[in-house]
Structures are given as C-alpha cells and as structure tokens.
Ligand binder design. Structure first.
Ligand code: TRP
Ligand code: SF4
Length: 547
C-alpha cells in the first residue's frame, strides 16, 4: 500500500477504495451521494434517512427503550442517540445494579473531534451508571485499513486518550487498551476467526481479492474487541457507535452465538424443524383438539393429515401466515413422524461442546429427558431455564458463554460547512485540539438554517432542524440543560432568534468549551503517563514508512 504523508489525500484514496470494493447492489452511487443508507464501515458515513435504517436493517428505535433507561443521557433524550440493537438487557442491568459493560473503539487516523466526543460521552455515561467501561485504540485497523504509520498512530492515540480522560473516563474503574498490545484480545480474535470465512467478508464488507490480509485480521480483531468485556464472564455489553459500524455489530452477534457450546430451540417431536415450520407446527399442536383421538397424545400423522387439509381460516385464528412451501415440508415431516406423539419440549443442540460438556449437560437436565446423538430434549424446562442451564454448563466446562452484544447508534453530525462532517476537511469539524479562537471562528463561519434576510427570518422563523449551529447546541453546547436547548430551538423556529446573535452565542460557548477541555487535557497528562497503556508502539521504525 502506498504510504504518503498527506492524511486527507490518503483518506480520500481509501474512501475511493472502499467504494470500489462495494461492488454490488448499486451502493457505488449511494456511497457518494446524499441518499446513502449503505452501512459501510470504511466508506462514506452520511445517512440521509434514518427511518430506512429501522426498516432495512432492523435497527430498533431508541425511543422505545428510553423509558427503561435510568437517568437517560441528554444525547438519548434529544434523539441524537436514535437507534439500538437489543439494548433492553443493558438498560435492565443498569437499572437493577447488575453487571453490564460498555466498549467502543477509536481509529487513530486524525485529531479527535466533536463527533468523537459523542462516543466518549456515551462511554463515560455508561461508566457512571455502573457499567464496566472499555475504550480501545484501533491501531491495527488504522494501520491495515487506512495505511497510517505507527508514528502517526502513536501521536493520535495519545490525543484520543487525553480527551477521553479529560471528559471524565475513570481509568481506575475502566480499561483502556491498544489492539496491538493486547495479547488476550488477539487470542480471542484468532478463535473467532475460526468461525468466520472469506465469503462472509465478501458479503458483509465487500472484501475482494485485492483486500489486504491484515485488513481482514483487523475485522476479527474488532469482533474480539466487541466480545472482550465478556472474557471474564458473560454480561450485557453495549457498543456505542455510528450506524456505519452496524455490520460489525451484527457479525459480532453472530459470532458470539457460533461460539456457544449449545444451541437452545423449541421442538415438538424428535425431528428437526426450520423456524418457519416450527411456528406452523406449534399452531397445529395448539389445534390438537380438532383432530387427535387422544388430545393429550396427538400423533404426528394425525397432525400432518389435518394440516394438509386445514383451510386458511383455521390457521388464521392462530395467527400463523401460511406459506405453501413451508406447509408442504411440515406436512411431510409430520407424516414421516407416524405414531410419534407431538410433545412440546426444549432442545439442546451440541454446537461446539466437548464430550465432557455434553455429558455434563445431559446429567444436569432436570426431569424427563431424551438423548439423541447431537441433541438432548428436555420436557420439564422452559426456554429461559434451558438457556440458563446451557450457559452454566458451558462456563463450568471452559466455554465463554457469550451473550450477544448490544449496540446504540448516534446520528452523524452535519459538517459546519454543510454536508458531512469529515476529519479530512478542517473547516467542517471542530477538533478537540483546535485553538479556542479558531473554534470560535469556525462557528462564526458556519452554514446555518437561516433565511436570506432578517425580515424573512422574523416572519418565517429559521430552519433549526437543518442548521449545523443548532446541532452544536443540541449535541454539545447546551450540555445537560434541556430547557436551554429547547429555548434555542423555539426561538429559532418562531423567528425570535437571528443567526448572527445565535452564532455569536454558540461561538462563545464553543470557545469556552475548548478552553476548559484543553485545560483538563493538560491536567490529565500525568495520569496518562501512569496508566498501563503503551504510548509508543514497539513497531515504530520497524514497519516500512515509519521513521
Ligand atoms: N472500526 C471502528 C472505527 O472505524 C473502530 C473500532 C475498532 C471499534 N474496534 C471497535 C468500534 C470496537 C467499536 C467497537 O472507528
Ligand atoms: Fe441556526 Fe441559530 Fe440561525 Fe436558527 S437562529 S437557523 S439555530 S443559526
């Protein structure tokens, strides 16, 4: 890979590579345009329509879990954190004072800016709510996917860490690490890699024959990052990230499940059913009074015969939508089952268990059970009890017992010059290292959602929803003060607020924030030196391009 020393150019080059890598599905255009809903970790990161993320990718609306979340952060209250995957277990654990963890990672490719501050704040907030907190420097990813030299990486890594500490991360309680010098992490990455293959990398990330192997390694490393908080013991873990990282989250959730010793499913007879068949057979079981000679022992063949003839209304009542192919295959399996009675049960499938672990599980299943080659059926357990037992046996026998990691997603900040906020366009973002006066000037020069003239603004009101300056208030400058944020918004849309004064106020607040933040950064310098994290990579001067 070429390694010039001009970061913006390199970033553009890499974006271009990532775009080209997105060979299929018309995402090429999407990555370059404003309508992008392709979720590409190394490509463009603007999202014009957040609703599509809910529909197309199954991300949940954060609002639905807001009331479950204790002392929600202002970014949650204001909809900046807009989405989640499976956040409920994390919220529940925080509320109940039970174990939970938060982890996110930062690629040290440039200065930390106010977009990264969102994630710092999310980690710190979860830490304050009692979660074990982890933050990592994704130096392997920066080197392999962005071509950063180790010298540059060291410099930026230090800046991320200082800002995180200055904003209130407690390193005594939490853990900071670099991917490159965390041996346990890399061992875990290796294990996870044995459950992933190249076709998946192609499908998920658009990797192809040109993708460098270390970039692929950085993916399994990120998978390991995401599961790292669970190495000691499984616990609900939230990964706060931008929605571009969702492919990583989904993949990590998958790998977490693939590593488990046992799969737990529900079943009705000795043979296997697909999820769709199972739903249908469940409904047929519920209708047993209609066809069984002995309703407490409905036979498979009776059930199959009934299902073959059942009209849609009989099934509609039971809330199942029948797909003909699913019905045919279910009927066939039921008929093949002959006189075997249908009986609901939970099934433990042997996925990765050692022989001892499988034996231990069979031993531990209470009540009536039946063992088969690759599974054991339990008749006196419900699904939740079965899950718990499976995890317990796995842990006792040296497994990880991972629970699927959760995530929360924040909106991308609009660039101060409009368009996307980009670390390669200095005027578009405010770096946490910007000179406070420069921060002031950048806000003063920002694009607004204002009207052409003051009269029009008074008459029609400003467009706060499209205004990068309003975003600064909502995301950062108003801090925890909801009333203030609302006042700015209302005054703007009512036409009481004019952009000149509004920007002046924002610029002053920004300047004060930067002054304060940089003072705090200076204060935590010593703290950083004392931490157990290396600030100079041993790889410096070894890798080509390093000096
Ligand atoms: N890939 C992330 C980025 O591009 C960085 C990262 C590495 C990360 N490991 C992680 C983020 C684990 C969240 C969790 O910025
Ligand atoms: Fe934006 Fe403030 Fe102008 Fe409203 S008044 S459009 S919030 S700069």
């Amino acid at each position: 890979m070429t390694r010039d020393h001009d970061a913006p150019e390199r970033e553009a080059q890499n974006d271009e590579q990532a775009r080209r890598a997105l060979a299929d599905g018309g995402t090429d255009d999407a990555a370059a345009g404003a309508d992008d809903v392709a979720l590409d970790p190394w490509g463009s990161s603007t999202v014009s329509d957040y609703r599509k993320l809910f529909e197309e990718f199954g991300i949940g609306e954060f609002d639905d879990v807001l009331s479950q979340t204790p002392n929600p952060h202002h970014l949650m209250r204001r909809g900046v954190i807009f989405g989640h995957r499976d956040y409920e277990p994390v919220a529940d654990a925080l509320r109940a004072g039970e174990d939970a963890a938060v982890l996110s990672g930062f690629m040290p490719t440039g200065d930390p800016h106010i977009g990264h501050k969102l994630v710092f704040d999310e980690i710190i907030w979860h830490q304050e709510q009692g979660a074990d907190a982890y933050a990592l420097i994704a130096d392997l990813e920066a080197h392999s996917a962005r071509g950063m030299s180790w010298v540059e990486i060291d410099e930026h890594a230090r800046d991320y860490l200082l800002s995180l500490l200055a904003l209130g991360f407690d390193p005594e309680e939490g853990e900071l690490y670099r991917q490159s010098d965390n041996r346990e992490l890399q061992d875990l990455a290796f294990e996870l890699g044995s459950k992933a293959n190249f076709s998946e990398f192609q499908g998920i990330y658009g990797f192809d024959g040109e993708t460098n192997v270390s970039h692929m390694q950085s993916v399994v490393t990120q998978m390991a990052d995401i599961l790292y908080p669970q190495l000691e013991e499984p616990k609900p873990t939230v990964i706060p990230v931008g929605p571009d990282q969702d492919p990583h989250v989904r993949f990590a959730r998958d790998l977490a499940a693939r590593m488990r010793f046992f799969g737990v499913t529900e079943a009705y007879a000795s043979f296997e059913l697909t999820d769709a068949e199972r739903a249908l057979v469940g409904a047929v079981y519920d209708a047993r009074d209609e066809y069984a000679d002995e309703p407490d022992r409905p036979r498979c063949e009776e059930a199959g015969a009934w299902l073959a003839e059942a009209d849609q209304t009989a099934l509609d009542e039971r809330g199942v939508v029948v797909d003909d192919a699913v019905r045919d295959s279910a009927v066939e399996k039921l008929e093949n089952g002959g006189m075997e009675p249908l009986r609901p049960r939970v099934r433990f499938l042997d996925l990765n268990a050692t022989e001892e672990a499988f034996e231990a599980l069979i031993e531990a299943v209470p009540g009536e059970k039946r063992r088969y080659d690759e599974h054991v059926d339990a008749f006196d357990l419900d699904a939740a009890e079965a899950e718990e037992l499976a995890q317990e046996i796995e842990l006792d026998n040296g497994g990880y017992g991972f629970v699927p990691p959760s995530s929360v997603y924040h909106r991308f900040m609009t660039g101060l010059t409009g368009g996307k906020m980009s670390s390669s366009i200095p005027a578009s973002h405010i770096s946490l290292l910007d000179d406070p006066e420069e921060g002031y000037e950048k806000v003063k020069a920002a694009t607004t959602g204002g009207r052409e003239t003051a009269e029009k603004q008074r008459e029609l009101g400003g467009k706060a929803d499209e205004c990068p300056v309003y975003e600064l208030y909502a995301y950062l400058l108003a801090g925890d003060d909801d009333e203030f944020a609302k006042e700015v918004y209302d005054e703007c849309v009512n036409g009481e607020r004019l952009c000149g004064g509004c920007k002046e106020q924002a610029a002053e607040l920004m300047q004060a924030f930067l002054e304060d933040h940089q003072e705090k950064r200076a204060e935590v310098e010593e703290l950083l030196e004392d931490l157990d994290i290396s600030l100079e990579s041993p790889r410096r001067g070894v890798a080509p391009g390093d000096d």
